[in-house]
Unconditional design. Structure first.
Lengths: 497, 95
């Protein structure tokens, strides 16, 4: 059969093609590997691709399919953010510090997806140590937005978002500490979900801010995200914050016929946080979000205003917590056990300082310095403890608001993908653009971004849905209903090369 | 907030980061603007609010006191900058 339509196909269609033996997993993986070969130089979405390794995994998947033991993802190609450890394969976190680091074991997420029979195409580019909102801090160079290569793809999971948008991979993993799945999904016109904190194991996920870090999924649609997320979740004793809960079949939830076919979202109350519809948002984004909300109402949902009065404190609270935890987590990189070691040094202390000074990029160093300050003697209560108290206030706001609605909606970002370099001179300015995503991480809630239009320059706009704890199925189902009556998620960028 | 160059150098020492002399000023200016954002939260009255360290209030799990790890020293030391005879090598610290 012709392989062209398969590049754009949802995972369900790939599944049927594999099961019907219309195409083998090796052929499917080759199709995407060839696309990566042709287009990655223009987008820089991947850091590491090992063709042979991918083909070996695909052959194993074909054997499984032939023996009738295929699961939903067996033989389906995917990409991993380079923050997840992969045994025997480079795991760089987009840092010079780990540019030579070959993972000695697989992250739990990688293990689960291998067991599911998914075929890894390679490791995607990202902001260094997941610290950034534009993917410009990567040691391996910035990722380019497939919609407009002079613009950023968002971050920190920009490589995964760009790979899915440009169809270099049908689905991809990511991580979201302050918006790093949802914001690049929004900037690249794809769907991305960050689940409730604790659902995806952090074992083998190189730590940035441990109380916020959470694995997530990218796909063209909510349907594809549902399949990937279901395979990524599950209790893992090796992560002390992993939650022991029964597995959920998100795909089955999406497939269940609604009680009211004409109004499939009848009864659903969508809260619109007043603080998310203020002055900071551009007109194009407001128009796209308003149009999307009209579609949700057409599907039977009702909307009402809710309040998150402490959400304005999310940016400072988030950055204090994230930088404090980062300064602690990244103290492990000392040039002794793994990672970069300086070539010349006077003594042990000098070796630490030079190895870290050379190995970490400027943004990582800034965050370590701020984190070191807020955790230093005499400042802990004023900064870290104060931020943790604000965190409880923000989480409390969400709980009160969920007394009045089933989920919340608003823009994912106040801006669309900005031009490369536009914000890199002023990191603080870039932090402020995380205003709608960071409150969700502080509260530990699930959030999803799906495409809902374009700005005047043709850059994608994302709508963020926020759910109460463990409401992933509800979030994915709402987005799926939206995508059943709209085609934003089917739009594709013109080839960059 | 305005940090002095001496404070930046002290932080760099605490964080074990070699900061080139010509980077101190630029770092100071960028850190100042970050602390300007952070300053907004310092004035909020949070008396009586319990700090929240994790979204789900979990207590530490206990496990059986049995060996669960296998010996993977060779694999872990394969990625070390310098290892010999099962030891990580560092510059001499005791004369």
């Amino acid at each position: 059969m012709s392989t062209a339509p398969l590049v754009d196909a949802p995972v369900s269609v790939l599944r049927r093609a594999l099961d019907a033996k219309d195409i083998s997993s090796v052929e499917l993986a080759t199709l995407f590997l060839d696309r990566i070969s042709a287009r990655n130089s223009a987008l820089n979405a991947f850091i590491t691709v090992e063709r042979e390794r991918t083909i070996i995994e695909a052959r194993a998947a074909d054997a499984r399919i032939a023996s009738g033991e295929a699961g939903p993802l067996t033989g389906i190609p995917l990409a991993h953010k380079d923050v997840f450890c992969t045994e025997g394969m480079l795991t760089t976190c987009a840092s010079k510090m780990l540019s030579n680091f070959v993972g000695p074991y697989d992250a739990h997420v990688v293990t689960l997806l291998k067991k599911a029979g998914a075929v890894s195409l390679g490791k995607t580019n990202m902001d260094e140590f997941a610290m950034g909102s534009s993917n410009e801090t990567s040691y391996f160079g910035p990722v380019r937005n497939p919609w407009e290569t002079g613009h950023v793809p968002g971050g920190s999971s920009g490589g995964s978002a760009a790979a899915v948008a440009a169809r270099l991979a049908p689905i991809a993993t990511g991580t979201d500490t302050g918006g790093s799945v949802r914001q690049p999904a929004s900037f690249c016109g794809v769907t991305g979900i960050k689940p409730t904190y604790g659902l995806v194991s952090r074992y083998g996920l190189i730590a940035y801010a441990s109380s916020l870090d959470q694995g997530g999924a990218f796909g063209a649609s909510a349907e594809d995200c549902a399949l990937l997320l279901a395979a990524m979740t599950g209790f893992d004793a090796r992560d002390s914050t992993s939650l022991d809960r029964p597995a959920e079949d998100y795909a089955a939830a999406l497939a269940a016929p609604p009680a009211n076919a004409a109004k499939p979202l009848a009864g659903l109350v969508i809260g619109l946080p007043r603080e998310f519809f203020g002055d900071g948002m551009s007109g194009d984004i407001r128009a796209a979000v308003d149009a999307a909300l009209s579609q949700y109402r057409a599907l039977g949902a009702t909307t009402r205003e809710v309040e998150l009065p402490n959400a304005r404190l999310a940016i400072p609270a988030y950055y204090v917590i994230a930088m404090a935890e980062a300064s602690s987590n990244l103290s492990r990189f000392d040039g002794v056990r793994y990672g970069h070691r300086a070539a010349e040094f006077a003594d042990l202390a000098d070796m630490y300082c030079k190895s870290r000074g050379e190995g970490f990029g400027a943004e990582v160093q800034r965050r370590i310095l701020v984190g070191t300050y807020v955790l230093s003697h005499g400042y802990y209560d004023a900064y870290y403890l104060q931020a943790q108290k604000l965190r409880r206030l923000i989480a409390g706001d969400f709980q009160r608001a969920f007394g009045e609605c089933d989920l919340m909606a608003g823009p994912t970002s106040p801006v669309t993908a900005w031009a490369m370099g536009a914000m890199s001179g002023d990191p603080a300015q870039m932090y402020l653009a995380d205003i709608y995503t960071t409150p969700v991480n502080l509260a530990g809630l699930p959030g999803l971004s799906h495409p809902c239009g374009f700005d005047a320059d043709g850059l994608p706009v994302g709508l963020q849905l926020i759910g109460d704890y463990f409401s992933e199925a509800r979030l994915l189902t709402a987005a799926h209903r939206f995508q059943q009556i709209t085609d934003w998620h089917l739009r594709r960028p013109a080839p960059a090369v | 907030m305005a940090l002095s160059s001496e404070q930046i150098e002290r932080l760099a020492r605490l964080a074990r980061l070699a900061l080139p002399d010509d980077a101190v000023d630029a770092t100071r200016i960028q850190l100042d603007s970050i602390f300007d954002i952070i300053a907004q939260m310092r004035t909020v009255d949070t008396s009586g609010i319990e700090p929240m360290s994790h979204p789900q209030e979990l207590s530490a799990r206990l496990r059986d006191d049995i060996v669960t790890e296998t010996d993977r020293r060779a694999a872990f030391q394969a990625v070390a900058p310098q290892a010999e005879a099962g030891l990580y090598l560092v510059p001499k610290v005791i004369e």
